[in-house]
Write a protein that binds this ligand. Structure first.
Ligand code: NAD
Length: 361
């Protein structure tokens, strides 16, 4: 098969980790007979510097014409003085909105080899951790009406959802649960918010299509507690944009490292947007120490969700697993690893390439 991949390296560590992701896809291409055609394009701070805009029209056109988009990260202190629409982060909201990718899938997986990096007590995570958060991405308070009064002394942001927006994300939640342990928890604030009550109504109207899925509801404040008290109770979580943003960062931390976590953003049809969940990490940019595994695992999600290549996705995951098993670590996941096993970005990419090549096709 031939796949067109738009790449957006972006800022900070973005170019280094996207480079490693592309190498892994090329290795997959060689091994399984696919051709990946990469088109690099601009967004974020680097784009502001070159074009004056965080998300040029040309970038959107390349992305929309591709089979999938691989994004590194955008933003950094150089552009922090800019306001609102002029900031690099505007590119993220713009891309998500324009590509109509309304479902953000964020797995929070704790690799057993990294359990020492988990900040929770060992007995809480003794059975490992594997949660999938399905976050609504193009609605709710991040996209609702916002403003300031004329005197500047009051401000508002609006949480608004239509039943259609809710139904499509809840359906992805149920579909994902069917592929996993058939457990779905919808997280909301239905004791206070009218939008949450609509989320529940819509969920109730859909649940009959999924009689095998065990459905539960939880208030978001309780969910924030439960994620650290007993994370093993969750399998698939479906929730709104802002709650999902906060809970998925919390879930990422209990897995031990932000440098390991992938994400996919999907729409009805059209290309998916794939990015590691971490940011541009300006503190370590240009030092060849960023962990590329989140991006590499993001490429596995791309193969699984957009390119219909499950076997290839599983191969990447197996290669990462074996590299970790052999004790190799980047600095962020080093824990008490032997110093001669601590490697940089490029070397970690080399190790995954070698592990992939060594796997049986
Ligand atoms: P960050 O995720 O960039 O960094 C947080 C911490 O994690 C830092 O100490 C960093 O060194 C470390 N880290 C992150 N990724 C790592 C990796 N792959 N390997 C090793 N260590 C890693 O978050 P931040 O510092 O809050 O934000 C930095 C910039 O990134 C800001 O401009 C922010 O707006 C932007 N940002 C962008 C995205 C995105 O593009 N999707 C997401 C979050 C933040």
């Amino acid at each position: 098969m031939e796949f067109k991949i738009a790449t957006i390296p972006g800022d900070g560590i973005g170019p280094d980790i996207v480079r490693e992701g592309c190498r892994i896809l090329q290795t997959i291409g060689k091994k399984y007979g696919h051709k990946f055609i990469f088109t690099e394009t601009l967004a974020g701070g680097v784009s502001i510097d070159k074009t004056g805009e965080p998300l040029p029209e040309a970038t959107l056109n390349v992305c929309k014409a591709s089979d999938a988009v691989l994004l590194g990260a955008v933003g950094g202190p150089k552009w922090d003085h800019l306001s609102g629409d002029k900031r690099p982060e505007k590119a993220l909201l713009g891309l998500r909105g324009e590509m109509k990718v309304y479902a953000n899938m964020r797995p929070a997986v704790m690799f057993p080899q990294l359990s020492a990096a988990c900040p929770l007590k060992p007995e809480i995570v003794k059975n490992g951790l594997d949660i999938l958060i399905v976050r609504e991405l193009t609605g709710g308070i991040y996209f609702g009406d916002r403003g300031r009064s004329e005197d500047g002394l009051s401000a508002w942001d609006t949480e608004a959802y239509t039943s259609e927006e809710i139904a499509r994300i809840i359906t992805i939640g149920f579909d994902s649960a069917m592929k996993r342990t058939k457990k779905l928890c919808v997280i909301d604030k239905a004791n206070i918010l009218e939008t949450s009550r609509l989320w529940r109504e819509v969920t109730e109207s859909i649940k009959g299509n999924y009689p095998e899925v065990s459905l539960s509801y939880m208030y978001v404040d309780n969910a924030a507690m439960q994620l650290v008290r007993n994370p093993g109770q969750f399998d698939v979580i479906a929730t709104s944009n802002m709650f999902g943003d906060i809970l998925s960062d919390e879930a990422s931390q209990i897995t031990g490292s932000i440098g390991m976590l992938a994400s996919a953003s999907l729409g009805e049809s059209g290309p998916g947007l794939y990015e590691p969940i971490h940011g541009s990490a300006p503190d370590i940019a240009g030092k060849d120490i960023a962990n590329p595994l989140a991006t590499i695992l993001t490429c596995a999600m791309m193969l699984r969700y957009s390119l219909n290549c499950e076997r290839e996705a599983a191969a990447i995951e197996a290669a990462v697993y074996s590299v970790l098993d052999a004790g190799w670590r980047t600095g962020d996941i080093a824990g008490d690893a032997l110093s001669d096993k601590i490697v940089g970005t490029r070397k970690m990419g080399d190790l995954v390439v070698e592990a992939l090549e060594a796997l049986e096709a």
